[in-house]
Design a protein around this ligand. Structure first.
Ligand SMILES: Nc1ncnc2c1ncn2[C@@H]1O[C@H](COP(=O)(O)OP(=O)(O)O)[C@@H](O)[C@H]1O
Ligand SMILES: [Mg+2]
Length: 403
């Protein structure tokens, strides 16, 4: 399929791909594909931002290219690099041939000149390693370009993105300018850890994706065939929504609701009790303090009329031996996790409060800071923790929710 015919068509086709969209979301997606404008989705972690880009690619039969943003990322990782390894390999193999080129050069200077004259061979398209932005423009087939968690990138990269999204072309000085045949559908996501520039917002269609309504969340849970009976799933959605009101460090997202439903189904639960929910709470809340808060609130969420004998919020006695009056850690079922997922699901509020300072966007913002056009507001050098790049790029490989 090549194009959506209507908003309803969007809803239908996304549903076929397992993505439940409401009319507001579907309308924005429809407009994105018709107006060739990038779609910027902001919202908390786990509400289906990344998933939408994947579903859009599947629904339109387009290849998905993903640029995962991270702090300190420089634009070569977004645009292109020279494939140094390949260049080296070729020079090794061609050593003899290169030897011939300089064989009768009278001195070093003329030898260097002769090599210089051949430079274009090694800085040609053959040795160009296209990264997602260039790849999306160069691709002969139309693609969906996902620029994920753009709020993690530095403002310098944001400016490069802006330029590319405005012109749909990338120029490589040694090779020439690549221009797109069919502009990609572009989806940018942000977890809201910082404000994006006004220029970027201006260029995009904007969608704020929040936690869904109870009906839509239930519909999503149903669509995942978790195995949990419908009545329990419905009750569970209500309970998760209650947990979201607790001001936890990390509120449970849709994926956690789904995980919880699966967990309870696997345990063969037939009734949602505060006990079983407490025992499995670590599936949905991942910080110790959050777990304690959640467990304190569960009896009330399960049964609003329950009278809870209050001892440090944990007095419901869920039956493990040696129970004393001290606050003790619950013994919830631990979910097997293969990597540090919390690392990529940041609660924006705190970080944002720390970062947002007035006048952060200087007057040159939105122009290319690399062009040296007298940019009066220097862009801060990035602070890069050593493991950062490896985690953002490498971590995706073994991960269930990645590509
Ligand atoms: N509308 C939806 N339809 C179907 N599944 C959804 C929907 N929204 C969220 N999900 C589920 O939630 C998970 C997390 O969504 P994801 O796109 O990774 O969140 P984020 O907003 O952090 O990018 C997805 O893997 C998917 O299973
Ligand atoms: Mg995401």
């Amino acid at each position: 399929m090549s194009q959506f015919e209507s908003v309803d068509d969007v809803i239908e086709t996304l549903t076929e791909q397992g993505y439940i969209a409401d009319t507001r979301l579907a309308t924005t997606v429809f407009l994105t594909t018709r107006l060739d404008k990038p779609l910027l989705i902001e919202g908390p972690a786990g509400v289906g931002k990344t998933e939408l880009a994947k579903a859009l690619a599947a629904a339109t039969g387009r290849r998905l290219l993903r640029l995962q943003c991270y702090e300190g990322q420089d634009e070569t990782k977004a645009l292109y690099e020279w494939d140094y390894g390949k260049q080296l390999l070729y020079t090794q193999i061609l050593r003899e041939k290169i030897g011939q080129v300089v064989a009768d050069a009278p001195d070093l200077e003329s030898a260097v000149d002769r090599i210089g004259a051949q430079e274009s061979v090694f800085f040609s398209e053959r040795f160009l390693a296209a990264r997602p932005l260039l790849e999306s423009i160069r691709s002969p087939e139309p693609v969906v370009l996902l620029i994920d968690e753009v709020d993690r990138a530095d403002e310098a990269l944001e400016a490069v993105l802006l330029e590319t999204l405005a012109e749909w072309q990338v120029s490589v000085p040694e090779v020439g300018t690549f221009t797109t045949k069919t502009p990609p559908y572009v989806v940018l996501t942000s977890n809201n850890t910082r404000d994006l520039s006004a220029a970027l917002k201006r260029r995009c269609l904007h969608l704020f994706l929040d936690y869904p309504t109870a009906e839509r969340e239930l519909e999503i849970v149903r669509s995942k065939n978790t195995g949990l009976p419908d009545a329990l799933a419905q009750q569970l959605v209500g309970i998760v929504r209650g947990l979201r009101e607790l001001e936890l460090r990390k509120s449970p997202s849709i994926s956690e609701t789904i995980d919880w439903a699966r967990t309870l189904a696997v345990l063969g639960v037939e009734e949602l009790t505060a006990t079983i929910l407490s025992d499995t709470a670590s599936v949905v809340v991942k910080y110790d303090k959050d777990v304690r808060k959640a467990i304190g609130a569960l009896p009330r969420l399960v049964d609003p009329n329950a009278t809870v004998p209050e001892t440090n919020g944990h007095g419901h006695g869920h039956g493990h031996g040696g129970h004393d009056d001290h606050a003790h850690d619950p013994e919830p079922v631990r979910r097997a996790r293969t990597d540090d997922e919390d690392g990529d699901e940041v609660d924006g509020r705190a970080i944002r409060a720390a970062k947002d300072t007035p006048g952060r966007f200087g007057h040159t913002y939105g122009s290319n800071p690399l062009s040296g056009d007298g940019g009066a507001s220097p862009i801060k050098p990035p602070k890069v923790p050593a493991e950062r790049g490896a985690r953002s790029f490498g971590a995706g490989l073994g991960r269930k929710r990645a590509l």
